[in-house]
Write a new protein. Structure first.
Lengths: 390, 114
């Protein structure tokens, strides 16, 4: 519920007070007050109004001492906040301010979660496995920069829009991956970063309906989440795509994602997120790993390479290629990436799979050991160890 | 709001002046200053002489000590600066992105100019 209210509240407060730091702080304070009071007193009938009143009172208390804000206090003391700009614009402006490239990307992520999705500092710290103190400092520093360097609270215009949208999408995708990849079966208690990232992306898509890459990212996230239930088995072990029980996939969610992607494709402006979503969609629509339309996937990877030629994309393309032209050809392509990806565990894990298919058991084992050395994620480590044991 | 754009430079201004390709670059930079100056956006600025001309005053226990060289030892040096008067960081960044010198530009707000 907080995420439905936080952005509207922060957006309105920034607009009225004109100081991002103070506005964001009073909203966070009112969320914390709600966390404290609602469990005892019950959730109020109109939670949004309750939060707004609390934030307004807090702002008046804070600003009353400062002469420079006399006018703003008068504005806040009137019962309703002035609605001179539609709330939709407020939230969008807020997202663009939080994801401003003049802020470090990790700060962009933290600030977006707090100001737009209503996370508390403690929740963000838990999601990124850093101490609450470190996260609080990161947020304070970012907010200070917004105020002191005068980062505007405004929609980017003209030629600036697309690169700024890309920056927002990068933040949301990072957030999603942090939640999705590090998610084990045991973290159900903590707020689901991947779900919140999808919510933020969907919100951005509603606010920017003519940007196909935003839809592409929404589709990509939905497709990943649709397979989430199949990613861990009953014992809590990670299951990779080839071995997943596809009957566990959420078909309704897949159909929804494909529909979103179709809408994006209709705008005739392909981009990396749309292509990645298209690849995920081909996987999602295949009845089995073997029955996957690999030729189609290779074509999509070729298109993706033309837009963003990165070693990781080449590595993934090689996996698809192995199903079309065999493991020998694929291994050649993978080996070419040794210099750029030598420190990446999935490079060695992929090599191991291909070597195994070619009957090179000893070399495969060697690569898998190297992958294990480089891998940090516990679920992936356990998977590698099982393969080494068998 | 006032910001200072600090332009990076790797060559001495004297060397730059001798380099024939730089003559054209200087012309572009001159036009750039003129253009933004006329628009009232650039309100001050200079090219600086090379880091070999720099002298640094440091304070140790309240005593001023004069030493040779710039105070940041690095390959990148500050080659010049411009003061701009604009609405916000985005506008300052827009100007910085058009810098014809193609060296790094650090953008900093000045104190006491909210």
């Amino acid at each position: 519920m907080f995420r439905e209210e936080a952005a509207k509240l922060t957006g309105a407060m920034v607009r009225v007070i004109g100081n991002f730091d103070i506005a964001e702080e009073v909203v966070q304070d009112s969320l914390l007050a709600a966390l404290e009071k609602w469990p005892e007193q019950g959730i109020p009938d109109r939670p949004g109004a309750w939060l707004m009143t609390t934030a307004r009172r807090r702002a008046i208390d804070l600003l009353r001492r400062d002469q420079r804000y006399a006018e703003k206090v008068a504005l806040l003391e009137r019962s309703a906040l002035p609605a001179d700009a539609p709330e939709v614009d407020d939230r969008l402006r807020l997202i663009f301010t939080c994801c401003h490239p003049a802020l470090a990307q990790e700060a962009q992520v933290a600030l977006t979660l707090r100001a737009v999705a209503g996370f508390t500092t403690r929740e963000i710290a838990a999601a990124f496995l850093v101490s609450e103190r470190t996260m609080a400092q990161r947020i304070v520093r970012a907010k200070r920069k917004i105020v002191e360097a005068n980062i505007p609270y405004r929609m980017p215009q003209g030629a600036e829009l697309v690169p700024r949208v890309d920056a927002v999408l990068a933040v949301l995708y990072l957030m999603f991956n942090e939640g999705y990849l590090s998610r084990g079966p045991d973290v159900a208690a903590r707020r689901d970063l991947a779900q919140d990232a999808l919510w933020l992306a969907s919100l951005t898509a509603r606010l920017l309906p003519d940007q196909p890459e935003v839809l592409g990212l929404v589709a990509l996230m939905k497709l990943h989440l649709a397979r989430a239930r199949a990613r861990f088995d009953a014992a809590g072990e990670m299951v990779l795509l080839p071995e997943q029980d596809r009957s566990l996939w959420d078909e309704a969610a897949i159909a929804e994602a494909v529909e979103v992607l179709r809408r994006a494709a209709g705008m005739n402006m392909p981009g990396p997120y749309q292509l990645q979503a298209a690849i995920a969609a081909v996987h999602s629509e295949a009845r089995s790993w073997v029955a996957t339309d690999w030729a189609q996937i290779v074509v999509l990877y070729d298109a993706l390479l033309r837009l963003s030629d990165t070693p990781v994309v080449r590595l993934n393309r090689a996996v698809a290629l192995s199903h079309v032209r065999g493991p020998q050809v694929a291994l050649g392509e993978v080996n070419d990436l040794a210099i750029s990806l030598g420190g990446y565990h999935l490079f060695h894990a992929t090599r191991a799979e291909l070597l195994e298919e070619l009957g090179e058991t000893a070399l495969a084992r060697e690569s898998r050991l190297r992958a294990l050395e480089l891998c940090q994620n516990p679920a992936e480590r356990s998977l590698l160890m099982r393969k080494l044991g068998s | 709001m006032k910001y200072v754009l600090l332009f990076g430079g790797t060559m001495e201004p004297e060397e730059r002046a001798k380099n024939p390709e730089m003559a054209a670059a200087y012309e572009r930079i001159g036009r750039w200053f003129e253009e933004y100056g006329r628009a009232g956006k650039i309100v001050g600025g200079h090219e600086l002489k090379g880091p070999h001309t720099a002298t640094t005053v440091r304070f140790k226990d309240g005593t001023a000590m004069v030493t040779d060289g710039p105070f940041i030892e690095s390959k990148e040096v500050i080659g010049g600066y411009a003061e701009v008067e604009v609405a916000d960081l985005d506008e300052a960044l827009e100007i910085a992105k058009t810098w014809p010198g193609q060296t790094s530009v650090e953008v900093r707000p000045v104190v006491g100019d909210a």
